[in-house]
Unconditional design. Structure first.
Length: 247
């Protein structure tokens, strides 16, 4: 009679062990799903958090709250998993002592049964992740075709610099300066400084002189202005030559 009771108790422990292992497998699937959502930046249904759209920070706040909700869920699942591990370990020692040589065979049968049971579960989770990705992925905006700003309908061949200056459009202004603009600038600065209190005039004269010298040094090689001018003259010359040679 005592042997029968011990056998029933051992079988009950085996069922408890199997249920604990099933809970552990289920916990692992939940962790897998949530981590995949974090990695793929997806929002599962339980983590949908509505924030009143009262400011431009609405979307940023919603995203932060969603990510925090999923991370908290993963932390909770890891704590649950650790607790299950402790219970399974204690029960494993008890059953190994009760069933001795038969326990590895029983344990293998339980593991094989649970793996066959949870393999479809992982496939279902992958399908669910795929559906979430399709629902939450924003469609890519189609690329717009930009046509060239200059279309040469003539047989005149323009060089690359000439095309570049023509693409700037008819409203493009080539900045040109007068011949004695630096001298004029110095006289205007001196006129302005004459209205400053006498004790501060030398300081402003020094600052103005340094600034004018810098402008003078930078103006010694006005390559941009001359390049644009030459390109425009070149394109005009090409057009004039083509007009004169046209019968």
């Amino acid at each position: 009679m005592t042997h029968v009771l011990d056998s029933n108790a051992s079988q009950s422990c085996i069922r408890i062990y199997e249920n604990l292992k099933r809970k552990l497998y289920n916990c692992n699937t939940c962790i897998y799903f949530n981590k995949q959502c974090l990695n793929k930046k997806l929002t599962p249904t339980y983590a949908n958090i509505k924030v009143p759209n009262t400011s431009p920070a609405h979307a940023h706040t919603t995203l932060k709250a969603t990510v925090m909700r999923i991370k908290d869920e993963v932390k909770y699942l890891h704590c649950k998993k650790q607790n299950l591990y402790r219970k399974i370990y204690k029960l494993h020692l008890q059953l190994a002592d009760s069933w001795s040589g038969l326990w590895p065979h029983i344990q293998y049968i339980i593991e094989d049964k649970l793996q066959k049971e949870f393999n479809p579960r992982y496939k279902n989770l992958d399908n669910k992740l795929r559906r979430l990705a399709q629902q939450q992925t924003k469609p890519k905006t189609p690329k717009r075709d930009f046509y060239p700003r200059v279309v040469n309908l003539t047989y005149i061949h323009f060089s690359a610099p000439e095309i570049t200056i023509l693409e700037k459009g008819p409203k493009y202004n080539i900045h040109s300066k007068l011949k004695n603009w630096l001298r004029t600038l110095a006289l205007e600065a001196e006129t302005a400084i004459s209205h400053v209190p006498p004790q501060d005039r030398e300081v402003y004269r020094k600052l103005a002189a340094e600034r004018i010298n810098t402008l003078k040094e930078n103006n010694q090689n006005p390559q941009t202005h001359h390049t644009h001018t030459q390109n425009l003259k070149s394109s005009r010359t090409s057009k004039q030559n083509s007009q004169t040679t046209t019968p």
